[in-house]
Design a protein around this ligand. Structure first.
Ligand code: TRP
Ligand code: ZN
Length: 898
């Protein structure tokens, strides 16, 4: 197996069209857990656009080859090997029938065909189809599929595959069958089947053109009471894509299936989306407001793939962002429209803030480390490692910039042209860019650099006001700063950066904007500057007073802005900016700056202090009833420890934790009565509502509770949290209260209240795996103390009967939560966290390489940490490198150590 050999690098520059094409595929499955027989009959022909090849080379992994036939006759020149099947001297056009056997019951990788909870599921993206049958398993080979499923009727009463159901019926020996046909050509990664004991919530809806569609959400019988929200989200998604993009559902039936063993969030298989249960199942007792919002977003995301990904797919995996960046952008816009419609900018901004926070914390970090890569990568060893923050989240920002440049209407025109040109094709990121450019009569050659350059651009800003001439000039300079070597290699020249700006007067209002050369000021008080050179000056005229600039409004490009605001100016922006995103941003800048100063002091043992003016700026937000609760919660939440550590010259998680806790305590003590007021005023008595307003109240109230728990005397907070825990009619309030109880008692090594609530929580939800995941995660992310380090808790929980390393959600809830979401404890000076990490990466590597590789990434930024930690991290990485089996984990640790 090549798994132990030096990994092969796949390069974008080496793309060549396939030597053969496959037009139709007829699959027959005899489903048996340990031994499933697959018969695959394909119409194959030579590709007129490719060089003539001597052999047909099909991919195949973990398959037992049985037989091959060409045009109905046994074919002897078929040679099976570990990675596929080689067929010599094949005709130019022929029918190929292959029979092979696989073992779904033994498949712990959750790629290909596998068994979960006694039912069969598939996961084929990116390269899982080759674990089901021999095939040209690459996205530029598109075929129509017919699928026949045969299985025991008692064990597998439901048999599903892509497209439309043609017929079903009984067979001898208690077996039955179903035959499905997908009328749309698709690449193999969109194939899916599901078989087992499942039930569905069903709905019939009419699409825009009046056709009736059958919608189903399939789950295990005991979960049927948790499907309503996913169904509503699907219906909203269908309506939204019709209204915003004129895109209709193209099949008569659309199915969502939930499975509890799943490597990622969900998968857009044509007409048969398969979801992690975490992104389907919800009711108020088991799911938080965040879960509800995530379900809406992921259901939307997978549904939107039907056009952006399935009808128009990727030529090769280097183009992954073509479908993922675009579809993330679409799901972000969908969620924003659901929260605030097209015009409620403040409500839309809360979604924008959440998305940017993820981008900055996760993608910026990725771009600064050894896995840095452009949105369209140039090479990879294991494609599963490139389902990244860069491809998804930065990719979405790149798509958003087209909309920022051309407006919603211009963006829509570009999308329309993209579908007119490419429906039914496998295309590239360049094809998308050309459609946007041509539809808007623009040359977007320079914009290509967003796809080819890695690293986070920095824009530094200088401003100058000339009172006599009433001119205000803004000089922008772009560059990359000190980037990781992987990123630096790709950086060629300046980017086209849409830089949105507003100018704010002394009264806090926006000033009219008139650029030099314009006859008069425009109506809009935000202007998108097209910043294309390394350095460029934009001059505003008729500026009657010296303004305060509001820079990069709504985060109009994925860059870091450097500008020397004073603390007073930031407080002013936080109080007045008309751009809600930048109001939040001003608060974050203010807090980040203070926190980094404090972390520097904490690192060297200097006593900490916080200026009253900072407390005052936060107090104003806390008590400003004109702001929505959701916004206030976001503005009052300090930047995360991970983000702050990343900003330090040398990451020091302990110092960051000390600084952040100091500020939280200071804000808690200084504003105690305000927090109490807010806590009381934002209760949501009565039946649970999942609306954005209600969830905003809960978020602010629970934030207040968490600050109250920081008081020197947390007794009152503990009393409130206990009462909230007992009275809660929803998971948001219950889990927030439990978290506060755990953290309030951390310094004392735990409390009776906390233990009682933990035990109650477990008993109450013993039969709800997704809630037990929360139980593990809350403990793994809790605060620790010298008396009781969290690693001890985590090690004990690893032996809990409910822990199961094979289930990715469970592994993530305990191990990933500790290694990636509890930096102060994970980075303990004694290296205990790193030793634990190495053991778990190695253990997971033997079970599920995709999941192991994700965990492996939590040490990739090791070079950026303080020397004391660096050594421990390197030792752990070297230990893993010496024992790793999979290509997935090997790529990560080798890049980290390089
Ligand atoms: N295409 C999926 C999405 O973003 C994600 C995906 C890729 C995936 N590979 C996977 C999901 C493997 C599960 C397992 O919507
Ligand atoms: Zn996707």
């Amino acid at each position: 197996m090549a798994d132990t050999a030096t990994p092969n690098v796949i390069r974008r520059a080496d793309y060549a069209p396939p030597a053969f094409l496959i037009d139709t595929v007829a699959l027959e499955f005899d489903l048996v857990p340990e031994r499933t027989v697959v018969r695959n009959t394909m119409r194959v022909r030579r590709n007129p656009e490719a060089a003539r090849a001597a052999h047909l080379e099909l991919m195949g992994e973990q398959l037992e080859f049985v037989s091959a036939a060409i045009d109905g006759k046994p074919f002897a020149n078929a040679h099976a090997h570990d990675h596929g099947l080689l067929l010599d001297n094949v005709p130019d056009q022929f029918e190929l029938t292959l029979t092979s056997i696989c073992n779904p019951a033994a498949n712990t990788t959750l790629s290909g065909l596998y068994v979960s909870g006694g039912n069969f599921f598939t996961q084929c993206e990116a390269e899982g189809f080759r674990r089901i049958t021999y095939f040209l398993d690459r996205p530029d080979v598109m075929a129509t599929f017919t699928v026949t499923l045969r299985a025991s009727k008692a064990d597998y009463p439901v048999l599903l595959s892509n497209g439309n159901l043609l017929e079903e019926g009984d067979l001898p020996d208690g077996r039955h069958f179903a035959r499905w046909e997908d009328p749309f050509r698709k690449p193999s990664y969109l194939f899916a089947l599901v078989a087992g004991k499942l039930v569905a919530l069903e709905e019939r809806v009419k699409s825009g053109s009046g056709k009736e569609k059958l919608l189903q959400v399939w789950v295990e019988p005991h979960d049927l009471d948790k499907t309503r929200h996913a169904m509503d989200s699907l219906i909203h998604s269908i309506r939204w894509d019709e209204e915003r993009f004129g895109l209709e559902l193209d099949l008569d039936r659309f199915m969502i299936v939930a499975v509890s063993d799943f490597n990622m969030g969900a998968m857009e298989n044509k007409g048969l989306n398969i979801f992690n249960t975490k992104y389907v199942l919800a009711n108020p007792e088991t799911a938080t407001d965040t879960d509800f919002a995530n379900i809406e977003a992921v259901v939307g995301h997978e549904y939107f793939h039907n056009w952006t990904g399935n009808r128009v797919t990727c030529r090769d995996w280097f183009q992954l962002s073509l479908k993922e960046g675009l579809t993330v952008f679409r799901d972000q816009e969908f969620s924003a429209d659901m929260a605030g419609g097209a015009t409620d900018e403040a409500a839309r901004a809360t979604k924008r803030i959440e998305d940017v926070r993820v981008l900055r914390q996760m993608q910026f970090a990725e771009d600064a480390g050894p896995m840095a890569h452009p949105v369209r990568p140039e090479s990879y060893v294991e494609i599963n490692n490139f389902y990244t923050m860069t491809v998804y989240e930065k990719g979405s920002e790149v798509v958003r910039m087209y909309q920022t440049l051309f407006g919603r209407d211009g963006f829509r025109k570009g999308m329309d042209l993209y579908f007119r040109r490419h429906d039914g094709q496998a295309v590239t990121c360049d094809d998308f860019r050309h459609a946007l450019a041509d539809a808007n009569g623009r040359d977007l050659a320079q914009f290509e650099r967003w796809y080819s350059q890695a690293g986070t651009p920095r824009v530094s800003v200088r401003t100058q006001y000339d009172a006599a001439q009433q001119r205000y000039s803004v000089t922008l300079t772009q560059g990359y700063g000190e980037a990781a070597p992987a990123a630096r290699e790709t950086q060629k020249g300046p980017l086209l950066i849409p830089f949105a700006i507003g100018l704010i007067g002394k009264d806090g209002r926006d000033l009219p904007l008139q650029l030099e050369g314009e006859a008069q000021a425009g109506k809009a008080t935000t202007r998108v500057l097209e910043f294309t050179q390394t350095e460029q000056t934009f001059t505003f005229v008729n500026v009657a007073q010296e303004p305060l600039p509001s820079l990069l409004r709504n985060f109009s490009a994925p860059v870091i802005v450097e500008y020397d605001y004073s603390a007073q100016q930031l407080a002013f922006l936080l109080a007045h900016d008309s751009d809600p995103f930048n109001r939040w941003e001003a608060g974050q800048r203010l807090a980040t700056r203070e926190l980094l100063t404090l972390a520097g002091r904490a690192a060297t043992g200097v006593p900490l202090q916080l200026d009253d003016s900072v407390v005052a700026a936060f107090a104003r937000v806390l008590t400003d009833e004109t702001l929505s609760p959701a916004f206030r919660e976001l503005a009052l939440m300090l930047p995360s420890e991970a983000y702050l550590a990343e900003q330090m010259a040398e990451s020091n998680p302990a110092a960051v934790h000390a600084a952040r806790q100091f500020v939280r305590k200071r804000l808690a003590n200084a504003l105690r009565s305000d927090w109490l007021n807010v806590y009381e005023q934002h209760r949501t008595p009565g039946a649970y509502e999942a609306t954005p307003e209600a969830s905003g109240h809960r978020a602010l109230k629970n934030l207040a509770l968490s600050y109250l728990a920081e008081l020197d005397d947390p007794a009152e907070a503990v009393r409130l949290a206990s009462a909230q825990y007992d009275a809660a009619n929803n998971m948001t309030d219950r889990s927030a209260a439990l978290s506060v109880l755990l953290n309030a008692s951390a310094a004392n090594g735990g409390s009776a209240e906390a233990q009682q609530a933990l035990d109650d929580f477990y008993r109450r939800f013993e039969k709800e795996p997704l809630v037990i995941d929360k139980w593990f995660a809350l403990q793994a992310t809790q605060r620790g103390s010298a008396q009781r380090p969290v690693i001890d808790v985590v090690r004990r929980l690893m032996t809990h009967p409910a822990f199961n390393l094979k289930n990715p959600n469970r592994a993530r809830s305990l191990i990933f939560s500790f290694c990636a979401a509890n930096p102060a404890q994970f980075h303990a000076e004694d290296g205990s966290g790193y030793a634990f990490w190495a053991d778990q990466v190695i253990a997971l590597d033997a079970i599920n390489p995709q999941v192991a590789a994700r965990l492996a990434r939590s040490l990739e930024l090791w070079r950026r940490f303080t020397p004391a930690l660096r050594d421990g991290m390197r030792a752990a990485l070297e230990k893993v490198a010496a024992q790793v089996k999979s290509r997935d984990v090997r790529e990560i640790v080798e890049k980290a150590l390089a």
